[in-house]
Design a protein around this ligand. Sequence first.
Ligand SMILES: *[C@@H]1O[C@H](CO)[C@@H](O)[C@H](O)[C@H]1NC(C)=O
Ligand SMILES: *[C@@H]1O[C@H](CO)[C@@H](O)[C@H](O)[C@H]1NC(C)=O
Ligand SMILES: *[C@@H]1O[C@H](CO)[C@@H](O)[C@H](O)[C@H]1NC(C)=O
Ligand SMILES: *[C@@H]1O[C@H](CO)[C@@H](O)[C@H](O)[C@H]1NC(C)=O
Length: 463
Amino acid sequence: MARLEMMRFEGVRVKMLQKAGLLLFVFSIVLVNGNYFGTNQHKTDQCFCKLNGAIDDCNCTVDTVDYFNNVKVYPRLQSLLVRDYFRFYKVNLMQDCPFWADDSKCAIRFCHIKPCQDKDIPVGLKGELPRNIHVNESPSNKYQANLQIADCDQNIHDHNIELGYLNTTISSENYKEFERWQQHDDAQDNFCITELDTGEYVDLLLNPERYTGYKGHSAHRIWRSIYMENCFRPDNSPHTFIQSSKIDAMCLEKRVFYRVISGLHTSINIHLCSKYLLSSQGRLEVSPEGQWGSNLGELQKRFAPERTGGEGPNWLKNLYFVYILELRALAKAAPYLQREEYYTGNEVEDEDTRLAINDILNIVRTFPEHFNESVMFNGGVEAQILKEEFKQHFRNISRIMDCVGCEKCKLWGKLQIQGLGTALKILFSGKFDKYEPTLMSFSKKQFFLERSEIVSLINSFGR
Ligand SMILES: *[C@@H]1O[C@H](CO)[C@@H](O)[C@H](O)[C@H]1NC(C)=O
Ligand SMILES: *[C@@H]1O[C@H](CO)[C@@H](O)[C@H](O)[C@H]1NC(C)=O
Ligand SMILES: *[C@@H]1O[C@H](CO)[C@@H](O)[C@H](O)[C@H]1NC(C)=O
Ligand SMILES: *[C@@H]1O[C@H](CO)[C@@H](O)[C@H](O)[C@H]1NC(C)=O
């Protein structure tokens, strides 16, 4: 009986490694069947069984997240992410590293990006995107009324009515001008360095995140500089990671920052273990496309407690934390995201995308709000300074991504950093706190997210 169950588990595990997205699913299996790891079972499986109970700095448990993700979110996300709007990501991979001479470009063929054929890019994504500004709509009464309440209240009270008169005839040139201002204002809220209108489209489905062979000094330097020079950390902390015993001594905001970075790191590591280049492991039949599959040994090396000083399970839990944080950002931005047009130029496809995003966001909103960002950055001036530091650190990390020497790693690194930056912007810019979908185009323009921010947010959540 035990033998049979063990075999069944092995089967499940293999599946997990094939599809890292199902990782959370397997955790829940392990939890339900926790006794697999009793007495004399594989010692090496322990890194999974520790995952239960509360997720730090959020009011929720591993099991509630597992269930919600596996049953409700994961299947929907998988079908959403293959849609044109989400699979084409505009990114600039040619930026120079601002911090050091990029000495070691990864020459391994699996590091390279397969370029998009121009004919594959949806027509609607090629030129200037028609944003959601309805220039031709005459200003509606609703718009006019809101504008007066919002901006002219003072005038009406302090001066005479004529001074408060508002000419709502806005020319399209003015709208363009507003958009430029808005972009400038928005940039102040960004957690990432914005790359305005540079870059090329990459088809994410053609360039899956997986092991590339990029490692060694160059790869280590990236993580080292992120953890050692751009994370908040206790003094005299010797390792790149922060020992769990020391994390609690940091304030909530700094812990959150660390957990976000650690969770991202975990996600990247899991993905490269699950899609490992097997042909490099002494298998002779190397197909030109390479052979990819799960590498359990690699996963153990990176997360098993006995190989990570007991920290591996904490790193895995930080992945849950990032999940919760992005989930909360999606819920918070849902009213906004549900009004986005998801324009690619293909009406049928676009309508399907809108329905799919609506569906998933409605699901996301049913999750109780287990991460509460409103308790962060709450201590007056000091908190504001901390918030600014938090932002600067994160922006700096977004620039470090330009130092990644492997194109494909850079692509997924930039995408996930931008996705996280978008989540942080949604949570902390304040602009989404009071977003009212009824205010139509005016509000829409005011709370603008770039297409690439939406694409990166949904894709990193998918990771
Ligand atoms: C945490 O969640 C539980 C159950 O959802 C709830 O009863 C409790 O009040 C929450 N605690 C906080 C601090 O929000
Ligand atoms: C409002 O502005 C438009 C465009 O600038 C102008 O043509 C129009 O005469 C203005 N209306 C009033 C009442 O000032
Ligand atoms: C940005 O990161 C680089 C590389 O780690 C580091 O040398 C630099 O001090 C950081 N700058 C800021 C402002 O944090
Ligand atoms: C979040 O925290 C704030 C401030 O402590 C509190 O007023 C609010 O009710 C909390 N929200 C949730 C959903 O727990």
